[in-house]
Design a protein around this ligand. Structure first.
Ligand SMILES: NC(=O)c1ccc[n+]([C@@H]2O[C@H](COP(=O)([O-])OP(=O)(O)OC[C@H]3O[C@@H](n4cnc5c(N)ncnc54)[C@H](O)[C@@H]3O)[C@@H](O)[C@H]2O)c1
Length: 441
C-alpha cells in the first residue's frame, strides 16, 4: 500500500524536483520585473494545472478565443486527464504535452499563460511559481488557503507585473453587474446592512483509510504543502473543500462569490472596503459526527467603517423563503436589493417590487482576462481586489476557529493584535520540503 509516499518517492516523481531545492522554486531564471509591452497580435499559449471540474471548464471557455492555444496539461492524477487531452486534440488537431509536475511545465518558455485549477491548498505555490516564470495567470478562487498566502501571492504578481484574473465570474454577469451599478449609483439609498448566504448540504459521513493509492496518482504531491493525512479516496477530488487541511469550507467556496458582490457594490472600484472587526459562531452543529472538519453552520458578522455598515455571512440549512444563495442590501429606509445567480430584484420597505433595468457586461470573464493580458490593464477580478475578498473569508473562518473577534487593519493589511493569528486561516504550517516565499525584491 502506498498511503504515505516517502520523500524519495516524491523526488523520484520528476527529475526536475531534485534541481529545485528546498524552496521548490522553479528551475529557470526569474522573470524580469519590467512590464511586458502590450501584446496585440501574439498568441496566448496556455498550460492548465489541475484537470478537475473547474480548471477544465476554464480551459474550455478560453479555448473559444482565436488568440488562445492550449499547449500543455498537468495533473498529479493521470486518471483525471483523458477527457481534457481529448478536448485539446479535437480542437487543435494535436495532443497537448502532458505533465504530472507543474514545475516542469513552467519550464516551457513558449507558455505565457497558466490556469490554476488545483484545490485551494495549492494555489499560492502554483501562482507564485507561474509569475516567477513569466506567465500571466487565470487563478481559481478563493485565491489562497490563508491570509499569509494571499499577501504573498499579491506581492509576487505585483513584483513580476503579471496579469491575474481570479475565477469570481459573477463579477462579469448581467444580474450582478447591474445590481452593483444600482447600489453604486445611489438608487437604493444609503446601505447599512449587507447579507450574504448560501446553504450547506455537503455531508461526508464516515470513511476509513485502507484503500491503496492508484498507481497513476501522486497522492504525496496532491497533499503538497498541507499536513500529510492517510489516503481516503472520498476525501480527495471535489470533496477536499470540506476539510480545512485543504480547503476553506463553504465560506471560502461560496462566501468568496457572495460576499465579494457585497464588498464590490459597497466600493467605488475594485479596491474594496475591509471590515475593522469580525466575529463568528458555528461549527459542526447539524452533523456533529461527520468526518468533515469545515463548519456545517457558520454565521459571521463584520463591522465596516467609512462607509459604515455591517455585513453578515451565513451558511447553514436551506429554507424556502429565499434563493439558496444570494446577496441582499438593505438601505436605511428599509428598501432592499437582492441578487442571486439568475436574477435580481429591488423592493420598497413594504416588499413591493420596484422595476429595474439590466446593464450588459462588456465582455465575459474569460474574454476580460485575454483582453487584459494583451493590453496589460487590470482585469475585473484582479489579484489585489480578490486578495481582499479572500482575506474577508479567511477572517470569518479565523474568528470562528479562534473563538473570539478578530480585528483587521486595511492600511497595514494585517490582523490587529493577537486574536486570530494562531489559526490556520491566518498562516498554516507548510509541510517540508515545501515553503512559501513571502517577499519579492
Ligand atoms: N469559479 C467557480 O465558480 C468555481 C467552481 C468550482 C470550483 N472552483 C475552484 O476551482 C478549484 C478546483 O476545484 P474543483 O472542484 O475543480 O476541484 P477538483 O478536485 O475537481 O480538481 C482539482 C484537480 O487538481 C489536481 N491537482 C491537485 N494538486 C495538483 C498539483 N499540485 N498539480 C497538478 N494538479 C493537481 C487534482 O488531481 C484534481 O484533478 C478550487 O480552487 C475551487 O474553489 C471554482
Amino acid at each position: 500500500m502506498k498511503n504515505q509516499p516517502t520523500r524519495r518517492d516524491f523526488l523520484g516523481a520528476t527529475t526536475a524536483a531534485g534541481l529545485l531545492g528546498a524552496g521548490l522554486l522553479p528551475v529557470h531564471s526569474e522573470a524580469s520585473s519590467t512590464p511586458r509591452p502590450a501584446m496585440k497580435n501574439d498568441k496566448i499559449v496556455l498550460g492548465l494545472i489541475g484537470c478537475g471540474g473547474m480548471g477544465a471548464a476554464d480551459m474550455r471557455n478560453l479555448m473559444g478565443f482565436p488568440e488562445v492555444e492550449v499547449a500543455a496539461l498537468c495533473d498529479v492524477d493521470a486518471g483525471r486527464m483523458p477527457r481534457d487531452i481529448a478536448n485539446v486534440e479535437e480542437k487543435y488537431g494535436r495532443k497537448p504535452e502532458v505533465f504530472h509536475d507543474y514545475r516542469k511545465m513552467l519550464e516551457r518558455k513558449d507558455i505565457n499563460g497558466i490556469i490554476v485549477g488545483t484545490p485551494d491548498h495549492w494555489h499560492a505555490l502554483n501562482l507564485i511559481h507561474s509569475c516567477q516564470t513569466d506567465k500571466d495567470v487565470y487563478c481559481e478562487k478563493p485565491i489562497s488557503h490563508d491570509i499569509t498566502e494571499a499577501k504573498a501571492m499579491l506581492a509576487a504578481a505585483t513584483h513580476y507585473k503579471k496579469i491575474v484574473q481570479v475565477g469570481t465570474w459573477q463579477r462579469s454577469t448581467t444580474e450582478f453587474y447591474s445590481a452593483i451599478d444600482y447600489i453604486r449609483s445611489g438608487k437604493l439609498g444609503r446601505v447599512i446592512h449587507v447579507r450574504a448566504w448560501t446553504c450547506d448540504g455537503a455531508r461526508m459521513g464516515k470513511h476509513s483509510a485502507g484503500k491503496p493509492v492508484p498507481d497513476n496518482f501522486n497522492y504525496d504531491m496532491w497533499v503538497g504543502p498541507s499536513k500529510m493525512v492517510p489516503y481516503i479516496p472520498e476525501y480527495t477530488h471535489g470533496n477536499w473543500r470540506w476539510f480545512l487541511n485543504f480547503g476553506c469550507g463553504l465560506t471560502g467556496d461560496w462566501g468568496v462569490h457572495m460576499m465579494d458582490i457585497g464588498l464590490l457594490a459597497m466600493s467605488k472600484d475594485t479596491d474594496l472596503p475591509m471590515p475593522v472587526e469580525v466575529s463568528a459562531y458555528g461549527g459542526a452543529m447539524a452533523w456533529p459526527d461527520d468526518d468533515r472538519t469545515a463548519p456545517d453552520t457558520h454565521l459571521a458578522i463584520m463591522k465596516f467603517k467609512d462607509p459604515d455598515f455591517i455585513m453578515q455571512w451565513e451558511t447553514g440549512r436551506d429554507h424556502p423563503d429565499r434563493p439558496n444563495h444570494g446577496t441582499e442590501f438593505i438601505a436605511e429606509d428599509g428598501k432592499s436589493l437582492m441578487v442571486w445567480r439568475g436574477g435580481w430584484k429591488v423592493r420598497d420597505a413594504d416588499g413591493k417590487n420596484i422595476p429595474v433595468e439590466n446593464i450588459s457586461v462588456p465582455t465575459d470573464h474569460w474574454r476580460n482576462w485575454v483582453d487584459c493580458v494583451k493590453s496589460r490593464e487590470q482585469p475585473r477580478s484582479n489579484i489585489s481586489s480578490m486578495a481582499q475578498t479572500t482575506i474577508v473569508c479567511h477572517l470569518a473562518n479565523a474568528a470562528l476557529l479562534a473563538g473570539e473577534s478578530v480585528r483587521w487593519s486595511k492600511e497595514k493589511m494585517d490582523i490587529v493584535g493577537r486574536a486570530g493569528k494562531n489559526t490556520s486561516s491566518y498562516k498554516r504550517e507548510y509541510r517540508k520540503p515545501y515553503s512559501l516565499q513571502t517577499k519579492f525584491a
